[in-house]
Design a protein around this ligand. Structure first.
Ligand SMILES: Cc1ncc(COP(=O)(O)O)c(C=O)c1O
Length: 434
C-alpha cells in the first residue's frame, strides 16, 4: 500500500493521527488490493449525513455505510436506547436464555412482515443470514424425508454475501468471487425471468430438475452489489407461481432492499408476494450494530417441529440476538413508526430522478435509473475505480462506485441541499472524465 505521505494530495494536510500510522500496517481491508490501493481515509467521527475526517475535512455521505445508516449517523433515539441497554445487559447468550429486546424485536418484525412470516432466527451478518436461509431450506426437505433437493436457483446479477454458501448463489461472472469457481457448490444461476425467453429457460429447468432444487433465491426488485439492477414486481409474482407449481421454497434476500430502501418498507410488500423465507440485515439497526435475521413462514418452521431432536435447526451463532443490537433495532423501528421515512424516500427519489437525469446525455453514460432511495448512473466502463473514488473525495462527497456503476444510497434523513451536492458532484465529475 502506498503510504499516506506518498500521496501528493495529502502533502498539505496535517499529519495522520498516531493510531493511523501505528495500526495501518496491521489491518487487512475489505475488497482491496492492499499493495496498490490508495490509503484509506482516517475518520474521526460521523454526524447526520456527514463523515468527519481526522484531518478536519467533512464528506457528505452518499452510501450510508453500505446502506445501513438509514436515519443518518448517531441518531439520538438509537444512541439513548443502546446506552440504556448497555447499563443493564450488553449481551447474554441466546442458548437456553432469552431477553426482552430480542423477543420484542422478533414480535415487531413478525408484525411488520406480511402473512405468516413470523419465526425469526437472529445472527450477526447478512451473509450468515443467507447461509441460515439455505440451511433451513435444505433441512426443510430432509426433515420431510426428501434428500434429493440440495440445490438452489439464483440469478445473474445477484449478490448474497461473501461466505462460502452465499458466494455460490452470486453471479460469479459479475461479482468478485470468480476465482472460487470450481471450489464452490454449483448452483443454477439463471437470467432473471423478465421476458418470455428467460421465463421459458427457468420453466424448462424446473420441469426437468425441480426434484433436485430446494429453493429459489432472489434479491427482490433491486439486485444491489451485483450491479444495482432493477426488475419489475411481476418477476417476483412469476417466481412465486413457479415456486408453488414446482413445490419449491421461495427465499427473498432483503438485506439491501428491506427497511424502505426501494420505497416500500419491504420489497416483497411492494410486489404483493410473500416469500417462504426472508433475510434482513443492513438497515435493521439503523447502521449502529451488526445484526441480521432469517425469518421463516409457518410451514417452514413446522417442518422442524418434532419430537425428534435430529429435526431441530442445529445453528446458533455466539452473538445471536445480541441485546445491544436488538435494542438498536427496536429503536430503529420506533423511528420508522415516528418519523416520515417513506415520505422522505419518495422525496429523495424525485430529487435524484431530476438531478441525475442530465447525466443521461453525457458521453460514456449507459443508463440512469432511480428506485426509492437508490440512484444509479451506469457507465459503459470505469477504467480506474480508485481514481474516480478519489475525484469524489476531492469534491467533498463520499461516493464509492464499483464495476461500471456510480450509485447513491443516502440516509433517508439527508437534507435536499446535501443530496444536491451528491448529485451535483456526480454530474460534474462525469463531465470531466469522458
Ligand atoms: C443482498 C445482500 N445479501 C447479503 C449481503 C451480505 O451481507 P453482509 O455483508 O452483512 O455479510 C449483502 C451485502 O451487501 C447484500 O447486499
Amino acid at each position: 500500500m502506498r503510504t499516506p505521505m506518498d500521496d501528493k494530495t495529502r502533502k498539505q494536510s496535517p499529519p495522520p493521527p498516531v493510531w493511523y500510522e501505528a495500526g495501518l500496517g496491521h489491518v487487512w481491508l475489505p475488497y482491496a488490493q492492499m499493495k496498490t490501493m490508495r490509503p484509506p481515509l482516517a475518520v474521526a467521527r460521523t454526524e447526520g449525513c456527514r463523515i468527519v475526517l481526522a484531518d478536519g475535512r467533512e464528506l457528505i455521505d452518499g452510501i450510508a455505510s453500505w446502506w445501513t445508516a438509514c436515519h443518518g449517523y448517531n441518531h439520538p433515539h438509537i444512541r439513548v436506547a443502546v446506552e440504556r441497554q448497555l447499563k443493564s445487559m450488553p449481551h447474554v447468550m441466546f442458548g437456553g436464555l432469552v431477553h426482552e429486546q430480542a423477543l420484542t424485536l422478533a414480535r415487531r418484525l413478525a408484525a411488520l412482515l406480511p402473512d405468516d412470516l413470523d419465526r425469526v432466527f437472529f445472527c450477526e451478518s447478512g451473509s450468515v443470514a443467507v447461509e441460515i436461509a439455505m440451511k433451513m431450506a435444505l433441512q426443510y426437505w430432509r426433515n420431510r424425508g426428501v434428500r434429493t433437493r440440495q440445490k438452489f436457483v439464483a440469478f445473474k446479477g445477484g449478490y448474497h454475501g461473501d461466505t462460502t454458501g452465499a458466494m455460490a448463489l452470486c453471479d460469479l461472472d459479475v461479482g468478485m468471487h470468480d476465482m472460487f469457481r470450481g471450489a464452490l457448490p454449483e448452483q443454477f444461476i439463471l437470467d432473471v425471468p423478465q421476458d418470455e425467453t428467460t421465463e421459458t429457460a427457468l420453466e424448462r429447468l424446473l420441469q426437468s430438475r425441480a426434484d433436485e432444487i430446494a429453493g429459489i433465491v432472489i434479491e427482490p426488485l433491486v439486485q444491489g452489489a451485483g450491479g444495482m439492477r432493477f426488475h419489475a414486481p411481476e418477476v417476483l409474482q412469476r417466481l412465486r407461481t413457479f415456486a408453488d407449481r414446482f413445490d419449491l421454497l421461495l427465499i427473498f434476500d432483503e438485506i439491501f432492499t428491506g427497511f424502505g430502501r426501494t420505497g416500500a418498507l419491504f420489497a416483497c410488500e411492494a410486489a404483493g408476494v410473500v416469500p417462504d423465507i426472508i433475510t434482513l440485515s443492513k438497515a435493521l439497526t439503523g447502521g449502529t450494530l451488526p445484526l441480521a435475521a432469517t425469518i421463516a413462514r409457518r410451514k417452514v418452521f413446522e417442518a422442524f417441529w418434532s419430537d425428534d431432536p435430529k429435526q431441530a435447526l442445529m445453528h446458533g451463532p455466539t452473538y445471536m440476538g445480541n441485546a445491544l443490537a436488538c435494542a438498536a433495532a427496536n429503536a430503529s423501528l420506533d423511528l420508522f413508526e415516528q418519523e416520515p421515512r417513506l415520505q422522505q424516500v419518495r422525496a429523495i427519489s424525485e430529487q435524484m430522478t431530476e438531478e441525475l437525469g442530465p447525466a443521461r446525455e453525457l458521453p460514456g453514460v449507459k443508463d440512469v435509473r432511480v428506485k426509492g432511495a437508490i440512484g444509479v448512473v451506469e457507465l459503459e466502463k470505469i477504467d480506474d475505480l480508485e481514481a474516480l473514488r478519489a475525484r469524489f473525495i476531492a469534491e467533498g462527497v463520499f461516493i464509492r462506485p464499483f464495476g461500471n456503476v456510480i450509485y447513491l444510497t443516502p440516509a433517508f434523513t439527508i437534507a435536499a441541499r446535501e443530496l444536491a451536492q451528491l448529485t451535483g458532484a456526480i454530474v460534474r465529475v462525469l463531465k470531466t472524465i469522458n
